[in-house]
Design a protein around this ligand. Structure first.
Ligand code: BTN
Length: 333
């Protein structure tokens, strides 16, 4: 981030923290290390981009409720990371359209970009889901974001990141929209039996450890029922459908980055407890479709690596790292 971007980020952060209220030019100038006379000109491109900034005759400036616009400076300003912090400094690349944000983040990972790089796009033309599925990514319908992390985990501990990422996404939905979705193992977020969000975590190994991981998150935000294809219409939901409100994707992204920063600092045992509290299927009889075939049993919890523990019908406890889960009905037994 160059000096100008840092100043603009600080300017927007100061306006956002007073969202709806008045801030003086002097205060904005101090926050952004600018002279008060430069503030109006520096805000001009953001006004042009759709941020509703108002100049009041008494001298103050306010930011009214912004529409669904975003820019990297807003995200950086509202998600600062202290210097020398072990946490990633967020470095957003916001795109109008891309095939898959996971591909963009993976390419950056391969080029050696530090943890904290993230790619978000208003639309994906080839959004990918788990197990070779696609992820519907219509223009401005959802938040499509991929975060590059270098967690230093062993490859066998990738499940920890899966669990942490699901919990952070639940935290973010709660912070932005006021309710906690449930987690269907491994990392679908569901509300009233319908899928609100999905995560696709892709890793690149280096010896026994992860060189990096890309955490791809898709949250359905502003879709109406008809915006989903007939194939998923009865299975999916969005924040709009759940709450009746249209959320800004930037607010959700900011909540997501705060949640990641907080959860990344906590021991895995604590994250695992939060996961258990939000789990849809813990203790239930479930059917798992895995690459090795179908497994039935009771979902007992997670081990230290983040893998699922399943008590099968022979009474043995199996460790499962990948698959599709559903709760069993009497028909399955
Ligand atoms: C799933 O539920 O199967 C996972 C869906 C993951 C979708 C997100 S959207 C952002 C990122 N880019 C992709 O192509 N996929 C993930």
């Amino acid at each position: 981030m160059n000096t100008r971007q840092k100043q603009d980020a600080a300017l927007l952060a100061a306006l956002f923290s007073a969202r709806g209220g008045l801030v003086s030019r002097a205060e904005l100038a101090r926050a952004a290390m600018l002279s008060a006379g430069d503030v109006d000109a520096r805000l001009a491109p953001y006004i042009e981009a759709g941020y509703p900034v108002q100049f009041h005759p008494q001298g103050g400036i306010s930011l009214q409720e912004p529409p669904d616009v975003w820019c990297a400076e807003e995200i950086m300003g509202r998600c600062p990371v202290l210097e020398n912090s072990p946490l990633p400094a967020w470095n957003p690349l916001l795109l109008a359209e891309t095939a898959s944000t996971n591909d963009v983040a993976r390419e950056q990972g391969r080029k050696g970009a530090p943890a904290g790089f993230l790619a978000a796009s208003s639309r994906q033309t080839r959004g990918r889901g788990r197990l070779g599925r696609s992820w519907e990514s219509p223009q401005n319908g959802g938040l499509y974001v991929s975060i590059l992390l270098r967690p230093g985990l062993r490859s066998s501990e990738t499940g920890q990141l899966t669990i942490l990422s699901s919990v952070a996404t639940v935290d973010a939905v709660e912070a932005a929209a006021g309710f906690r979705p449930q987690i269907k193992w491994p990392n679908d977020l569901v509300v009233n039996g319908r899928k609100l969000a999905g995560l696709l975590i892709e890793t690149e190994p280096e010896g026994a450890r992860l060189a990096f991981a890309v955490v791809g998150i898709g949250i359905n935000v502003r879709q109406e029922a008809d915006d989903f294809s007939p194939a998923v219409r009865d299975l999916a939901t969005s924040l709009l459908l759940v709450t009746g409100q249209s959320f800004r994707r930037a607010d959700l992204l900011v909540a997501l980055l705060h949640a990641f920063s907080q959860r990344l600092e906590r021991p895995f045992a604590e994250v695992r407890e939060a996961w258990a509290a939000s789990s849809l299927t813990l203790g239930q009889r479930v059917t798992l479709t895995t690459a090795q075939g179908r497994k039935h049993g009771q979902a007992l919890g997670l081990d230290e690596s983040g893998a699922l523990l399943l008590r099968n019908d022979a009474g043995e406890v199996e460790t499962v790292t990948e698959g599709d889960m559903r709760e069993e009905t009497s028909r399955d037994q």
